[in-house]
Design a binder for this molecule. Structure first.
Ligand SMILES: Cc1cc2nc3c(=O)[nH]c(=O)nc-3n(C[C@H](O)[C@H](O)[C@H](O)COP(=O)(O)OP(=O)(O)OC[C@H]3O[C@@H](n4cnc5c(N)ncnc54)[C@H](O)[C@@H]3O)c2cc1C
Length: 298
């Protein structure tokens, strides 16, 4: 008698109509039709194999650069936060899962006496988000340190790719279509534990002094236009403190738009549009959002 091949069972968590506001640093966003938190890369691959080829996918790290509209996401959200978060260090190389928090990567590198990752300390996202955005701060950028990345495609195939396979720009990365990050290897350098830990403290202090770090935002909303700063233009346009509904241009750092408590995604999106319009009228510069706006209106 023939026995059917055993089909491996999914080990992650699948939710339906999951509200997304709790997964974004702006604290806004309607529900995901489906929401999957994979147990590990193999489990993720298996889950992807089972999806319809045209299923809309949204990859979610810590939601620190995402404006998800109030009507939510009519597809499947793949949430890596809390999963795929292993960090291993071998010599001067650090390998991290795409769900590892940037701050944890920075601290692990410092503890191991490695230099080159301290800039990640204050970036409140995952390594997957940092790869997708080429996140950077204080002169450091994610892709400067990348040796290779592991990606997964819709069929669940895992591949190791090198930076040559991607086009990397300021807060923008493009690469093979329909492939997403599940892991990364960074090249760091030998340093000193104490001075790396001191560097991290210093960078965090500098942030706290200049940014409204304790309030719900997505960090810098707009990219800096060539040769200028979005924050300078927004402030010069007199927009600091300007509000639409519960969304406000931070009085502390004009490129941060804050959810003062009850903002909707629509309030924030309207404020983004207003800032763009006023800055363009005053200075002839069209600011481009750095944040990714996704989903459908309520
Ligand atoms: C207070 C504050 C300070 C900030 N400071 C900085 C800063 O100094 N420098 C800086 O660069 N950014 C900064 N940011 C923005 C943000 O933290 C970064 O862009 C970060 O890299 C986003 O990571 P995330 O995991 O939160 O990504 P998410 O916001 O969850 O996703 C961002 C984009 O990446 C995609 N994505 C996420 N994971 C994957 C994956 N595994 N594979 C493929 N695509 C993926 C998403 O689909 C989305 O398009 C700040 C944000 C806040 C709230």
């Amino acid at each position: 008698m023939m026995t059917a091949p055993e089909i491996p069972a999914l080990r992650g968590e699948l939710l339906h109509q999951e509200p997304l506001a709790r997964y974004t640093t702006w604290r806004v966003g309607g529900p995901a039709r489906a929401f999957y938190r994979p147990a590990d890369a193999q489990d993720l691959a298996l889950f992807l194999q089972g999806l319809a080829a045209d299923e809309a996918l949204l990859w979610l790290g810590l939601g620190s650069n995402l404006l998800i509209r109030d009507g939510g996401f009519p597809g499947t959200v793949i949430a890596l936060q809390g999963g795929l978060a292993d960090i291993h260090i071998e010599g001067e190389r650090l390998r991290a899962g795409a769900g590892a928090a940037c701050a944890k990567v920075a601290r692990s590198a410092a503890r191991a006496g490695l230099t080159g990752a301290a800039f990640l300390a204050g970036i409140p996202g995952t390594m997957g988000g940092a790869l997708a955005m080429n996140a950077g701060a204080f002169g450091g950028e994610t892709w400067e340190r990348v040796v290779d990345v592991t990606t997964v495609d819709r069929t669940g195939r895992l591949r190791v790719r090198t930076p040559q396979d991607f086009r990397v720009d300021y807060r923008e990365v493009s690469g093979p279509r329909d492939e997403w990050f599940v892991g990364v290897t960074l090249q760091l350098e030998r340093g000193d534990v104490e001075s790396e830990q001191a560097r991290i403290r210093q960078l965090l202090d500098r942030r706290a002094a200049t940014q409204p770090t304790g309030r719900p935002s997505a960090g810098s909303t707009f990219r800096n236009p060539p040769g200028d700063h979005a924050a300078r233009l927004i402030e010069a346009a007199g927009l600091k403190g300007f509000r639409i509904g519960g969304a406000e241009v931070s009085p502390k750092h004009a490129n941060f738009l804050i959810n003062t408590g009850q903002a909707s995604a629509a309030d924030i999106e309207a404020l983004i549009g207003h800032v763009q319009q006023v800055v363009e009228q005053r200075f002839g510069v069209r600011l481009q959002p750095e944040v990714h706006v996704v989903g459908v209106p309520a």
